[in-house]
Design a protein around this ligand. Structure first.
Ligand code: HSE
Length: 461
């Protein structure tokens, strides 16, 4: 077994003996954590730190001690031990001298925002799973952390147990990222999967996701794409070095997806997935979250249930796919505790305790603009309900052709309630052109009901 001295021997090259001994004394002291929030993630992190304590200590060289738990709802089911102090006064906890690292797993913007700011101002390192907070206030918080020489670690904020932040900052660090497309909301994927495979009703599946602890406190965040937009904001900042720009993400949820379109998409060889997409285009960056038809044979099309996956297209390595559980106690705690371990290593092994976790860009590293929805380019699935009259198809295809929209496939379905459903797949087109063409088609007297439009991605370049 490697002794503690051996494992730390590189310090003797870098530091004088006195510095080395004082470093060693500091290193052997436990690192003290305050865990704020005792819900699914907080409970999971406590359990993981306890059950894997020996292995974690071996990997970090230091003991991790939980000194405080901050919660308004104590959990008698969790064995905290006698040394852990419990309090509902979160601001007081983060000011305490026997706290080195604050682990914020409460979720929600307030009071997490105030508590994290106070922690940073008191020189505490921060680990957070709070995607909403980072997406909406991250530019300010990362700047504050930088000014106060502490780090904010955020692996658990995106895709639960998949270490996608580490992938971006380490594994793919040599690459230019061209685009990424992710299933980054487990609840939404769970609902779409159950609807497709078992024909279950939307509300029934959502209720189950809530009971299993996957869904957000406000489940509209899951089904309307807001949670995915928070995560995409963070991923895009990692990928492109742009500031966090949640307000510029085009966001559409899954609540309007019908069993009829799921079925027609399958007949055409596609699956409908709710994707977060960040893409470097010629004239800017696209940030978009929406239901998307993708070829059924793609690996990511076969990611089912609550699982998440992120497909990254990078210039040197090409496409790589990361898959795993995107929500739940164990997977999210795995990411939280990995961040704690990173910080413990930084505190212990860097000469000045400086961080090695790259912080998100709080200032523009690039002037690339974020494109508006009208400027984005995607393929399309269009479904129209038309009267069964001669020339309908010709009228529709003429409008598309005049708009310069290339048709990839057309499928006419059997009559439904006196109308003929017609499904058209198009090649990629700028959305403003599609808006104009669909407005003209919608105005044809033979077209009934609202035209259904779902974006389509071939994911092949
Ligand atoms: N509500 C989120 C999801 C939890 O379903 O993915 C994990 O961020």
């Amino acid at each position: 077994m490697i002794s503690f001295l051996e494992s730390h021997s590189f310090f003797s090259y870098d530091l004088g003996l006195v510095q080395y001994i004082s470093k060693l004394e500091c290193d052997v002291k436990p690192v003290r954590l305050a865990i704020l929030g005792l819900g699914t993630v907080g409970g999971g992190a406590l359990k993981l730190l306890k059950e894997n304590a020996a292995e974690i200590k071996r990997r970090t060289g230091r003991e991790i001690q939980i000194t405080y738990v901050g919660t308004r709802r104590p959990r008698p089911d969790l064995d905290l031990g006698d040394e852990v102090k419990q309090s509902a006064d979160l601001l007081d906890i983060v000011r305490q001298p026997d706290v080195d690292v604050v682990v914020e797993v409460m979720g929600g913007i307030h009071p997490a925002y105030e508590v994290i700011k106070e922690a940073i101002l008191h020189g505490k390192q921060v680990v957070t799973a709070n995607k909403a907070l980072l997406a909406e206030h991250g530019n300010e918080l990362f700047k504050l952390a930088d000014d106060n020489a502490v780090q904010i670690a955020y692996e658990a904020a995106v895709a639960g147990g998949i270490p996608i932040i580490k992938v971006m900052r380490e594994g793919l660090a040599a690459n230019k990222i061209n685009w990424l497309a992710g299933i980054i909301n487990g609840t939404g994927n769970f609902i779409l999967t159950e609807m497709r495979e078992k024909g279950r009703a939307f509300a029934d599946v959502l209720k189950e996701a809530q009971e299993l602890g996957y869904a957000e406190a406000d489940p509209t965040f899951d089904v309307e794409g807001i949670d995915a937009a928070h995560k995409l904001t963070i991923l895009a900042s990692c990928a492109f070095g742009i500031p966090l720009q949640f307000d510029k993400v085009y966001t559409e949820g899954i609540s309007k997806i019908t069993a009829q379109d799921v079925k027609y998409a399958e007949e055409l060889g596609f699956r409908i997935k709710h994707l977060g997409i960040a893409r470097r285009a010629a004239n800017g960056i696209e940030l978009r979250v929406h239901p998307t038809l993708i070829p059924a044979e793609e690996l990511i099309a076969n990611v089912n249930g609550v699982k998440n996956a992120v497909l990254v297209q990078a210039h040197a390595v090409g496409p790589t796919l990361y898959y795993g559980a995107g929500a739940g106690a164990g997977p999210t705690a795995s990411a939280v505790v990995a961040d704690v371990i990173d910080i413990v290593r930084d505190i212990s092994y860097t000469e000045d305790g400086a961080g090695t976790i790259p912080q998100l860009a709080f200032e523009a590293l690039t002037n690339v603009p974020i494109l508006s929805r009208e400027e984005m380019t995607t393929g399309y699935y269009i479904r129209i309900n038309a009267e069964d009259q001669t020339g309908v198809l010709a009228d529709v295809t003429t409008i598309l052709s005049r708009a310069g929209i290339s048709i990839d496939a057309i499928m006419q379905q059997p009559r439904l309630k006196d109308l003929i459903p017609i499904v058209i797949l198009t090649d990629p087109v700028v959305e403003s052109k599609m808006d104009e063409a669909l407005a003209q088609i919608q105005a044809l007297p033979v077209i009934h009901g609202e035209i259904v439009r779902i974006r389509l991605e071939s994911l092949d370049n």
